[in-house]
Design a protein around this ligand. Structure first.
Ligand code: F6P
Length: 565
């Protein structure tokens, strides 16, 4: 791992000089392609089933050489090896970042810190599979003896975004009779929407996903869900059930446990907290502190997904992740997709001054990918100090945003084509439509239209369109990556997730920052707790706590007036 500030190196200076020359020369992608017929072939790399075409990036052969030299000087390969071998790379928390252990497969032996975690990973996956089979088969019953029909995942951030994204992406593989819903926001409207009329508490299972089991939003929703189950089911319903199955029937006093146990599971690193909340031991699944929340899709945090798509499909997703893990570990930097994507992110952030990056999945069911990548990329690399606590000497994590194609074309693509801000784009597209759409009228033709639009957008961004009318001229020279795979399957989804996880790792290695902590979000939580106390004093005339800044104090006072108006 580079011990020096990367921006003070000769490699960084060489890239800066090169960037200035390239920008001053007005080199255009049109010329780069005209002068180099082999460009596409040379700047296309594969990882598993993914074909990553990065030929439309603002790079020459010299650029690539200088970028690879920067990776070498930054010790990217060493950082990759350290992460994969379970070193405590998350230095501020003294932890490994060993999400790759979740999908290492039965034959592997992976050590986190000094503990071989292979057996515990395998055991938890087996527990998850047994749980998923029981729910999917109807064997698992609620407190009144009815099978589970709806699973409601309660979680936020890494305990929601990856899961919801994958659940949507794998819609073609979901159990037809099970409904999986997600609640993340503490806004009562979120849970209310999920508990809308028609949801039968006797057939509903809540999965509380919280690595810390302290996240205020999730615990508030979990308490509300528990109260809903208890009140909706009512002791009578449970007694009728137990009366039917046992002579003495269940004592109403036992109701709380029966209701909660039949309808509540938890996924957390704090099993004691889950037990205290009332979740029976058999329904608590383990997450580990060596897996960051935003890297936890392959862990028990994915329990609801495994229930929805089944253990085999979940296993295919893990295998896809593993394939790209192996690509990361084995491919030399010049043909290593994650290294190249990480280098390009730094190239545009620090040598072109581009602040944002857009992700454009040309797939309706992958529409939540940008939301997921926002946390993965921005919570990982939105940092201002390096591993030694020194202010970084460069820009770090880009702002990540995006939307599914072709919708973005009718929304923000105008700016992408003719705005004054250049935004590097990631296009993601599949050669075949989703498995469960082929039977629909003209599905093939409509999917071809989707793919055609994806290719057209990447081309128009790169090569532009000349016009005598300046209002119609497209400047082009706007970079993009096109990632194409055969079909959106569990394996391909796993490959995409792992590719972006590892790109984040490479970016962090280049910037010399810790991609695996997130202290920046803690202060806001502390402030909210103090403010909430004052908001809760709505009924009393008590003064707003002096601890608030003047603007907040004013808002609190106005809130009381408005709320009580
Ligand atoms: O506050 C940010 C964060 O800690 C994320 O990193 C995490 O994914 C999310 O909150 C939820 O945390 P938990 O899984 O502990 O509830």
């Amino acid at each position: 791992m580079a011990s020096t500030d990367i921006t003070a190196t000769a490699e960084w200076a060489a890239l800066a000089r090169h960037a200035r020359e390239l920008q001053a020369s007005g080199t255009h992608l049109r010329a780069l392609f005209e002068d180099d017929p082999g460009r596409v072939e040379r700047l296309t790399v594969t990882a598993g089933d993914l074909v990553i075409d990065w030929s439309r990036h603002l790079v020459t052969a010299e650029t690539v050489e200088l970028l690879l030299a920067l990776a070498d000087r930054a010790g990217v390969a060493d950082r990759i090896a350290a992460v994969l071998s379970g070193d405590p790379v998350n230095a501020t928390e003294g932890r490994p970042a060993l999400h790759t252990a979740l999908r290492a497969g039965s034959g592997a032996s992976v050590v986190a810190g000094s503990v071989d975690v292979t057996a515990s990973v395998r055991a938890e996956l087996d527990r998850m599979a047994a749980f998923a089979r029981a729910v999917r088969s109807g064997e698992r019953r609620g407190a009144t003896g009815r099978p589970i029909r709806t699973v409601v995942n309660l979680g936020i951030g890494g305990s929601y975004l990856g899961l919801a994204m994958a659940h949507e992406a794998l819609a073609a593989f979901r159990h037809p009779d099970l409904d999986c819903r997600f609640v993340a926001n503490v806004d009562p409207a979120d849970l209310a929407t999920v508990l809308r009329a028609g949801l039968d508490p006797a057939e509903t299972l809540f999965v509380v996903v919280s690595k810390s089991f302290t996240t205020a939003e999730t615990l508030a929703n979990a308490r509300a869900a528990r109260a809903w189950v208890t009140s909706e089911l009512g002791p009578e319903a449970v007694d009728r059930h137990f009366a039917a199955v046992t002579a003495e029937g269940a004592a109403a006093a036992e109701f709380g446990v029966a209701a909660v146990d039949g309808h509540l599971a938890a996924v957390t690193a704090d099993g004691a907290a889950a037990a205290e909340f009332g979740v029976g031991a058999g329904n608590v699944f383990e997450m580990w502190d060596w897996v960051g929340g935003r890297y936890s899709l392959g862990s028990a945090a994915g329990l609801s997904l495994m229930v929805a798509v089944g253990e085999d499909r979940f296993g295919e997703m893990l295998a896809g992740m593993r394939a790209v893990d192996e690509h990361l570990a084995r491919r030399p930097p010049a043909v290593n997709a994650a290294v190249l994507m990480g280098l390009l992110a730094v190239w545009y952030r620090d040598f072109w001054g581009l602040q944002t990056r857009v992700v454009l999945p040309y797939s309706h069911r992958l529409r939540l990918l940008p939301d997921y990548l926002q946390q993965l990329q921005m919570e990982s690399n939105g940092k201002r100090v390096d591993l030694k606590g020194r202010a970084v000497g460069c820009e770090t994590g880009p702002i990540v945003w995006g939307a599914a194609g072709t919708g973005g074309q009718h929304s923000f693509h105008q700016l992408l084509h003719q705005g004054t801000t250049v935004v590097p784009a990631d296009f993601i597209v599949f050669a075949r439509p989703d498995a469960d759409t082929a039977h629909l009228p003209e599905a093939g033709r409509r999917h071809q239209s989707l793919v055609a639009n994806c290719f057209a957008q990447a081309s128009a961004l790169a090569f532009g369109a000349a016009s005598g009318d300046p209002h119609r001229e497209l400047p082009g020279n706007r970079p993009s990556t096109v990632i194409m795979a055969p079909e959106l399957t569990p394996s391909v989804l796993g490959q995409l997730v792992a590719l972006y996880e590892h790109e984040v790792l490479v970016q962090g290695a280049l910037w010399g920052i810790n991609s695996f902590d997130q202290y920046g979000v803690e202060h806001g939580k502390t402030l909210a707790e103090a403010i909430e106390q004052d908001l809760a004093r709505a009924g009393t005339a008590g003064p707003v706590a002096a601890a608030h800044d003047p603007a907040t104090a004013s808002l609190i006072a106005r809130y009381h007036r408005l709320r009580n108006a």
